[in-house]
Design a protein around this ligand. Structure first.
Ligand code: CDP
Ligand code: CDP
Length: 221
């Protein structure tokens, strides 16, 4: 079974996807982490972020792997733990530029489909229901107001000692939403057969329960 969860930045995809995968005993694939890893690689190598050929030459041999851990999922780039590095501001603010490169997307989609082919999976991202897994049995499009998403990010940041104001986070979120929804190749878009969940006023438990119920309905068919 395949469960695809798409939506804008900070809508709650990865939190919910992880829990749904845990409850069902499925693999969880965080496709945003893959684009973030490619971005960290390009920044470290000092590549120009619009130089598709250079980025592709470095990306092709690069391994990106996930490892479940009690504190969440770990992400490795050529064996190095980059779990924290990919969440830093420079990666966050540049990832939309790298993820808009058509050849980068082609490569990532190929890798994501290979992971899905071998496992029951919950995969989250921007184009999972539309492009990566158009046959997914359950498709969710998760949204939340910009204000709510910025407040949630603020809370997460404060726990890490980062004090960026909510208004700045809201601007960054809106800028990334805009780039992700207007790019030429597989932009952020709700699949025609996706169920929209507005998480603005829902608890994590409520969202998880709703998705598990949808998955059980499909299984019963
Ligand atoms: O967690 P957050 O919502 O901040 O973002 P993410 O899921 O980690 O994704 C980071 C970025 O990767 C997005 O802003 C997109 O530019 C890109 N992305 C994408 O283009 N396609 C996907 N399937 C997943 C992420
Ligand atoms: O993956 P994405 O960027 O879409 O969002 P996330 O990182 O899973 O969630 C952003 C924040 O919203 C996290 O701190 C979640 O705990 C929180 N959240 C929430 O408070 N209530 C929900 N119903 C869903 C997420």
């Amino acid at each position: 079974m395949q469960i695809a969860i798409d939506g804008p930045a900070g809508s709650g995809k990865s939190t919910i996807a992880k829990r749904v995968a845990n409850q069902l005993g499925f693999i969880y694939c965080d496709t945003g982490a893959m684009y973030r890893t490619a971005t960290v690689m390009a920044l470290r190598k000092g590549l120009k972020l619009d130089d598709e050929a250079a980025i592709m030459a470095a990306l092709k041999p690069l391994t990106i792997t996930f490892k479940p851990a009690p504190e969440g999922q770990l992400v490795f780039m050529d064996g190095e733990d980059v779990t924290l590095a990919i969440r830093q501001e420079d990666a966050t603010n540049n990832v939309s530029q790298v993820s808009a490169l058509p050849k980068v997307r082609e490569e990532m989609v190929k890798r994501q489909r290979a992971i899905a082919a071998a496992n029951d999976i919950v995969m989250d991202g921007r184009d999972i229901g539309t492009t990566v897994l158009p046959q997914a049995e359950v498709k969710i499009f998760m949204i939340a107001s910009v204000q709510k998403r910025a407040e949630r990010r603020y809370k997460e940041n404060v726990e890490k000692g980062i004090m960026t104001p909510v208004a700045v986070l809201a601007e960054e979120i809106e800028a990334r939403d805009h780039k992700d929804s207007t790019r030429a190749v597989s932009p952020l878009r709700k699949a025609a057969d996706a169920v929209e969940i507005d998480s603005s006023n829902m608890t994590i438990d409520q969202e998880v329960a709703e998705i598990i119920a949808l998955a059980n309905q499909k299984r019963a068919h």
